[in-house]
Design a binder for this molecule. Structure first.
Ligand code: BGC
Length: 251
């Protein structure tokens, strides 16, 4: 499949399903970004149906474009082993098969944070960066991706590190800031603990911070004291789409 210049990327989330046709050389969207709401409850059949609508619409422009889909769960050999903000029916489901049957074509299926991290490596803040890059997405949960010399090491669930007896994402995700009505300063203390722990465990060369809140990075990144450079993601809303598309041609 390499040699393909364009691919369709789909990003499935708890509230919306987004897709676009991606130029794999530049990381630009060649189509409008299509976004439809995730059906209530986030059950497999409903999500597959909405995904099919988006893929069919995008494939009308380019029928042979490979398709990559990213999803908020651990994805191993096409099977979803967890489910974040979608129905628990996804757990242990052969999701890749389900999508392929419904779409009538092969797909490449990956974790959402892995796709976002790969997008930043291919077209964003970590382009051309050697060594270990850790991408984190701060949203409802904390998604994470490990990329070493441009190679993605999939399914690093670093949002679920246990820190001080707590699941890290329950304290440091953006949803925790909102839920507990924390100031930027108070939230930054939680992030300090989180990123210091990651730094100690992995000695990365670069941290990238994504998720919607990263557009306000000036409010919290300067408050962090780390040895590792920490930068905002370049692609926020489209990172999943771009990364899923790029991974679709990687195989
Ligand atoms: C899940 C990850 C996911 C992240 C962002 C976490 O709760 O465990 O698989 O990447 O949320 O959606």
């Amino acid at each position: 499949m390499s040699g393909q210049k364009h691919a369709i990327g789909i990003d499935i989330g708890g509230t919306g399903i987004k897709g676009g046709l991606v130029d794999l050389e530049t990381g630009e969207l060649l189509s409008d970004r299509i976004k439809l709401p995730t059906p209530e409850g986030g059950e497999p059949d409903g999500i597959v149906e909405v995904t099919k609508k988006i893929v069919d619409q995008l494939a009308a422009e380019e029928p042979d474009a490979p398709v990559g889909i990213c999803f908020p769960a651990i994805v191993s050999h096409g099977v979803t082993l967890s489910a974040a903000n979608v129905s628990k029916k996804w757990i242990d489901l052969h999701a890749e098969d389900l999508f392929e049957k419904s779409l009538g074509r092969d797909i490449h299926f990956v974790n959402d944070a892995d796709a976002a991290g790969y997008a930043e490596t291919s077209f964003g803040a970590a382009k051309g960066k050697d060594g270990l890059v850790i991408m984190t997405t701060l949203g409802t949960g904390i998604g994470s991706a490990l990329i070493y010399d441009g190679v993605l090491i999939p399914n690093a669930e670093l949002g679920h590190l246990e820190i001080d007896g707590h699941d890290a994402e329950s304290r440091a995700a953006y949803s925790a800031k909102e839920r507990e009505d924390m100031s930027w300063e108070k939230w930054a203390k939680r992030l300090q603990k989180y990123y210091s722990t990651l730094e100690f465990l992995f000695t990365p060369d670069l941290f990238i911070v994504g998720g919607g809140v990263s557009k306000n990075y000036q409010e919290f990144l300067p408050l962090l004291d780390l040895k590792t450079p920490i930068v905002p993601a370049v692609h926020r809303n489209n990172a999943g789409i771009l990364g899923a598309a790029a991974l679709a041609v990687k195989g």
